[in-house]
Design a protein around this ligand. Structure first.
Ligand SMILES: Cc1ncc(COP(=O)(O)O)c(C=O)c1O
Length: 443
């Protein structure tokens, strides 16, 4: 195999049959599409190259910067393609939550601009989501950027319609599988592949997987966020299932340790979601006398960039003991039992009881507007701080505030678990505080 450019190496990835002795399905052949073997490391190599290639000659002539709203694999592929062509790349995102990917992007020469999301940033003179406004500015004609626009760009799905989908059909001897399972981020890969499979087998069952509400599986959206994606067409999927980060990690460990596939968390989510879905089908097939079916899922990327994410959620995998202060160790009952105060009560409490008010939003959002006298400890840092012990005196009550009151309830439960006698969460968060007309100050 000889190539003249690394971009020629994109695509044509293997379709690996998972050993039935490993997956345990009696009547289903299960295949993994190994997108992690793309040259820049993920399924997004295809989309990135397809979206950017036609604009490159003009961008090179004008010296434009390539820009994308991505904090992960698309950014990685675009950063490499841009620098190969002598262009800069800028990644514009909400807070980057996987530190290794941020570091890798910087290593690749990317510029990173982190903006707060709408619920975080409450500047009344700036009512729109900064990210949305940035998106609009980028798309203005004649701009100085080559904006690939992955959440809306049809070329994203088209990359999979011309590549990933046909490759699957080819490797299954010209037939589409009966079931196709994929995680949904921009929806490009699931949309493009599903279109092709439907042409070959109109009855193919398409299962889209998203992260469980308020959970985080890097690379895919949660059930609320996915509605905002321009390419997402709910009618395309027969089923949308959710996976938790714990399930994604279990699936990932299964793929790594039993099948030798160095998958990242979303490949694990797809494997876990596939097995959960297919076990029901397998039981039906068994009852019907053993017809066979074929299913395919996508392994999007590799594990190495997620070691910090994994260490935080499963410290025992790294020889460390799980600490009582790990957010994931909280039970639903503990979170439900967390003390919550509404805005009116919180205002009275601040006026009389002088709790320490901890604002868990990003420094950018905090600087824009915050409750007077509050301190800013961004949520990830807060989680680190409380991992082993209480960072505050038990004698001082604590009021926790986040954008909408969900995270702060979890942290209030965590402080309670660690023995704090009076930790409460602001119901509805800073958004509710603002909506109630309560005072916010600017730094
Ligand atoms: C790791 C990972 N898995 C899955 C996906 C989902 O792919 P798509 O954007 O095609 O829906 C992405 C997208 O960024 C990703 O980075």
């Amino acid at each position: 195999m000889r190539y003249d450019s690394v971009t020629e190496v994109i695509g044509d990835t293997p379709l690996l049959r998972i050993d039935p002795a490993v997956h345990g399905l009696g009547h289903i052949d299960l295949y993994a599409k190994l997108e992690l073997l793309n040259p820049f490391g993920s399924v997004k190599d295809r989309a990135a190259w397809n979206m950017v290639r036609s604009g490159l000659p003009d961008a090179v002539e004008r010296g434009s910067q390539v820009v994308e709203l991505s904090s992960g694999n698309t950014a990685k592929a675009l950063a490499l393609i841009a620098s190969m062509h002598g262009l800069g790349f800028k990644s514009v995102t909400n807070r980057m939550r996987v530190p290794e990917i941020k570091e890798l992007l910087l290593l690749l020469g990317a510029e990173i601009e982190e903006l707060p999301g709408r619920t975080e940033c409450l500047d009344p003179t700036d009512p729109e989501d900064p990210l949305t406004r940035f998106h609009q500015a980028l798309s203005e004609p004649g701009g100085e950027y080559l904006h690939t626009d992955q959440y809306y760009n049809e070329l994203n799905a088209a990359a999979h319609e011309s590549g990933t989908g046909p490759e699957i059909v080819r490797d299954l001897d010209g037939r589409a599988p009966d079931v196709f399972i994929a995680c949904v981020g921009t929806a490009g890969s699931s949309t493009g592949v599903a279109r092709v499979l439907r042409r070959h087998r109109p009855g193919v069952e398409v299962v889209g997987l998203v992260a469980h509400k308020s959970d985080f599986v890097p690379g895919i959206r949660n059930i609320d966020e996915v509605q905002e994606v321009g390419l997402f067409a709910p009618g395309l999927y027969d089923t949308i299932d959710t996976v938790t980060s714990a399930e994604a990690i279990d699936g990932m460990l299964g793929l790594i340790r039993r099948s030798g596939v160095l998958s990242g968390p979303t490949g694990g989510a797809a494997y876990f979601g596939a097995l959960r879905h297919l076990r029901r089908l397998d039981a039906e097939l068994d009852a019907r006398g053993g017809e066979r079916r074929t299913a395919v899922f996508i392994v999007c990327d590799r594990v190495e960039s997620y070691l910090g994410y994994l260490r935080k959620r499963r410290p025992e995998l790294f020889g460390a003991t799980a600490s009582a202060g790990a957010l994931d160790a909280l039970t639903d009952a503990e979170v439900e039992a967390a003390a919550v105060v509404d805005v009116a009560e919180a205002r009275r409490w601040i006026a009389t009881g002088a709790p320490l008010v901890v604002d868990l939003r990003s420094p950018f959002a905090y600087a824009a507007l915050h409750i007077e006298g509050s301190v800013n400890i961004v949520d990830e840092l807060f989680e680190e701080l409380v991992r082993d012990a209480l960072p505050f005196s038990k004698s001082r009550p604590v009021l926790l505030a986040c954008p909408v009151g969900e995270k702060s309830a979890r942290y209030a439960a965590l402080l309670t678990r660690l023995g704090h006698p009076d930790a409460r969460s602001l119901a509805g968060g800073i958004v509710a505080w603002r909506d109630a007309g309560a005072e916010l100050v600017r730094e």
